[in-house]
Design a protein around this ligand. Structure first.
Ligand code: MV4
Length: 450
């Protein structure tokens, strides 16, 4: 195992990773920007290095600076967390070149999954179901129209370099497709530096269900069941849970086995997630592969009892997987809500100084945060300030425990989305498990807040 690891991240996830390192006796190196000098991840780590100005481009995304710190501090490995450099193949490659272990898959695997067209083609070859559509670049509106005619409308126009919802467009007929094509292509080119477009059949009212994988460097791979993350707002997840209230055992097993097949086919090593769209008939289709630790990993940890960060460290250090598929437990139900510093009605970020902050405690409540009373939420970073997770023997109990915890949650000085979270969890449609991706646009009516 490593004796020292650098955490190339901030906020709750840096704190989360440091805690597992401490549990394993690994020394930790934090990096921080000028805006984060007083942050919890800095005080918790054994060493901390200032790497630049508040803006991420001048600190947390500065590859050479982070590599330099890792060398100075003699860190043997770097954990990138999520976001930031976590799915940047150039960063993984620089680590490989410097003999520093990148805690994640190989750079070429990250790059292959970053191209959505290449990922589709690869999954098709691996025998994983993909959404009906094309797996090649469409160079003109004419080509797109020809492809759409054979797929059948409605279709979804997507950017190959996209993901997470950016650069997508629904077209219900040929006129709409032709009208959207060039604009989408230009937007993708300016946003990602790559205007490559493709189309898929549009799946109506889908669910977003993803499979958590662990794979080692010796070809062993297991799935840690699924998470359902259908409740989203502008492609930002709001509520995540495990297990999915929608899946039956047979679909669950088929999805898990398809995900393992995918990981084996690409020679994947480390923790990873295969995202699927699931339609009303329970057909599932590969959407994207996330080659990092995910924000919502705690719900999987709560139902399996496995510390995913610990397994990431062990895999990266060359240990074989410690579990066989039959040994993966699934106990009870866990739900996570993301607490954002934002106005619950306008969804605009609400930065500012937090004057009071406390979360309820309890054996079935888990609170992941780097925020403390007195800190300032700055506009430089993601506005997610905390995650609150509740566990119960069944879904209804988990919902009730999470609602009770939210009612006792105290944040003063800034606005948060807690009223939205309470409304979702207490909504009859959510309680009935009717959790499709259009949930918030259908059910959320802005409310009055002080
Ligand atoms: C789709 C889709 C329907 N049909 N693709 C949104 C995020 C990006 N990763 C893919 N997304 C979608 N792709 C086809 N062919 C609907 C969505 C989608 C969605 C997916 C998951 C969770 C929430 C969503 C909200 C709107 C649209």
């Amino acid at each position: 195992m490593f004796s020292k690891v650098l955490i190339a991240n901030r906020g709750e996830i840096a704190v989360r990773i440091i805690r597992t390192c401490q549990k394993l006796g690994i020394r930790t190196v934090a990096v921080y920007s000028e805006a984060d000098a007083d942050s919890l991840h800095v005080s918790l780590a054994d060493e901390a290095y200032l790497i630049g100005k508040p803006r991420v481009a001048e600190s947390y995304l500065n590859i050479e600076k982070i590599i330099e710190v890792a060398k100075t501090a003699k860190a043997e490995a770097i954990h990138p967390g999520y976001g930031l450099l976590s799915e940047n193949p150039a960063f993984a490659r620089r680590c490989e070149e410097e003999g520093i272990v990148f805690i994640g898959p190989k750079a070429d695997v990250i790059a292959a999954m970053g191209s959505k067209i290449e990922a589709r083609r690869t999954m098709e070859q691996a025998g994983v179901p993909i959404v009906p559509g094309v797996s090649f670049a469409l160079d003109s509106a004419d080509e797109a129209a020809k492809a759409a005619a054979s797929i059948g409308y409605p279709v979804m126009l997507k950017a190959s370099a996209g993901g997470g919802g950016i650069g997508m467009h629904i077209a219900r007929d040929e006129a709409e497709l032709r009208q959207a094509f060039e604009g989408s292509q230009k937007r993708a080119a300016s946003f990602f530096g790559d205007g490559t477009m493709y189309i898929e059949k549009y799946i109506d009212r889908p669910r977003h269900i993803e499979i958590q994988l662990l794979a080692d460097s010796y070809g062993n791979c297991v799935y840690l069941w699924e998470r359902e993350c259908s409740i989203q707002r502008r492609h930002q997840k709001v509520v995540e849970e495990a297990p999915s209230p929608f899946l039956d055992e047979e679909t669950r097993r088929k999805m898990g086995e398809a995900a393992v097949r995918a990981a084996r086919y690409i020679g994947y090593a480390n923790a990873g997630t295969i995202e699927f769209l699931v339609d009303e008939q329970k057909n599932f289709y590969f959407l994207e592969m996330n080659t990092r630790l995910q924000v919502e990993h705690p719900v999987t940890e709560e139902i399996t009892g496995i510390d995913i960060v610990e397994e990431q460290l062990r895999i990266a250090a060359g240990e074989p997987l410690r579990y066989k598929q039959e040994e993966i437990r699934r106990d009870g139900h866990a739900i996570e809500v993301r607490i954002y510093a934002e106005d619950p009605n306008t969804f605009y970020p609400s930065p500012g100084r937090i004057t009071a902050f406390s979360a309820p405690q309890g054996e079935w409540i888990r609170h992941e945060t780097a925020v403390q009373s007195g800190i300032t939420v700055t506009p430089f970073y993601d506005p997610m300030i905390a995650k609150l997770i509740a566990k119960g023997p069944d879904r209804q109990t988990a919902i009730e425990r999470l609602l009770a915890a939210l009612r006792d949650y105290r944040v003063e000085g800034i606005k948060t989305n807690i009223p939205l979270l309470e409304a979702v969890l207490s909504h009859p449609a959510f309680q009935a498990g009717d959790t499709t991706t259009d949930f918030l646009s259908k059910h959320w009516k802005p409310i009055k807040t002080k």
